[in-house]
Design a protein around this ligand. Structure first.
Ligand code: HPA
Ligand code: ZN
Length: 326
């Protein structure tokens, strides 16, 4: 349809994408074979059938198991290269990708293997598609702050190639406050900060992300909508929210896309953006998220243009580069 081609042609940035979550079942099988690893599925169809989640933890268990096939620099390169090709086809001209080093270093994979594979795919994306890319190093919030400090120390040789630090994994019971020290240290090193908050966790976690951590951006933020004062605050401070509709549906953050809050967020003055989160697990890349929510909520071109515009203004690009995209 017209709207579909309008969406594909709309230049956009993707700000919330876990590279491990872009591992398609086909690549999972080929990497398992390349690395001589067994996986608990017989077929690609069986893998896809396992992707029926009732909450965040359900998904995380399968996501961490899948990530175990990623072993070498080449594996991380191939993973990211596949994502950049799909993103480019969706009209993504700038991508800020998150990675979870602890998921790999805790299995004995060297930090260098992970990051060098990602960096080489980023260089290729620039050369092949003219895409600009940035790296966001995420700490796993179900682990200790001490472990996050150790990860930040391991990243030291690459800090000039890492834009921001993030916080992901099991939200409830692991509030931002648990990581106040390590985010302060990261800030001291010149890194930007973005935190998953208000996906399953309460509005209080979003307040903590702002007040205790000084987050530059909030990932998800859906539950901020429960607190009118918080909505007002996010709106007046122009805090970008990286919203992920297909993720929200798959993880039961919303019961139906027809009830997704994206247009109410925009109308409340929130700087909402559309993103894919973990596209291989949630049934679609960023273009699919635009199309699905446009259909479900009856969004018009003005909404879609606003969402794409917010993806650039909310990016960690320097202001002069943002201006080029507006
Ligand atoms: N939430 C928390 N942790 C995650 C997610 C998410 O949506 N995706 C990958 N890790
Ligand atoms: Zn996420």
């Amino acid at each position: 349809t017209d709207l579909d081609s309008f969406i594909s042609g709309l230049p956009k940035a993707e700000l919330h994408l876990h590279i491990e979550g872009s591992l398609e079942p086909e690549l999972m099988f080929s990497l398992a074979e390349r690395n001589g690893l067994a996986i608990p599925y017989a077929t690609v169809e069986e893998v896809r059938a396992a992707y029926a989640f009732s909450n965040l933890q359900d998904f995380l268990d399968i996501y961490y198991a899948g990530a175990a096939v990623l072993c070498t620099r080449q594996d991380f390169h191939d993973l990211a290269a596949a994502y950049f090709a799909r993103a480019a086809a969706d009209g993504v001209i700038h991508a800020e990708i998150m990675f979870d080093p602890q998921t790999h270093t805790d299995r004995g994979i060297a930090f260098a293997e992970v990051i060098e594979g990602l960096l080489s795919a980023m260089a290729d994306a620039r050369a092949k598609f003219g895409m600009t890319t940035e790296l966001i190093l995420c700490f796993l919030r179900h682990l200790s702050e001490e472990a996050a400090f150790a990860t930040l120390a391991e990243a030291e040789p690459w800090l000039d190639r890492i834009t921001a630090v993030g916080l992901d994994s099991s939200e409830v019971g692991h509030p931002p406050a648990k990581f106040a020290g390590v985010f302060a240290a990261a800030r001291q090193k010149g890194l930007k900060i973005t935190l998953h908050a208000g996906e399953e966790g309460p509005p209080a976690y979003v307040y903590e992300a702002l007040d205790l951590i000084g987050a530059d951006r909030i990932d998800h933020g859906n539950r901020a909508m429960e607190d009118p004062g918080l909505v007002q605050r996010l709106s007046s401070e122009e805090v970008t929210l990286t919203v992920c509709p297909l993720s929200n549906l798959k993880l039961c953050v919303v019961d139906d896309l027809a009830n997704h809050p994206i247009d109410r967020m925009l109308e409340a003055g929130l700087k909402a953006t559309l993103n894919s989160d973990d596209p291989a697990y949630f049934g679609g890349y960023v273009g699919d998220n635009y199309r699905a929510v446009a259909r479900a909520r009856g969004l018009g071109r003005e909404h879609l243009v606003m969402l794409a515009r917010n993806s650039f203004t909310g990016s960690f690009l320097p202001p002069e580069q943002i201006a080029v995209h507006l």
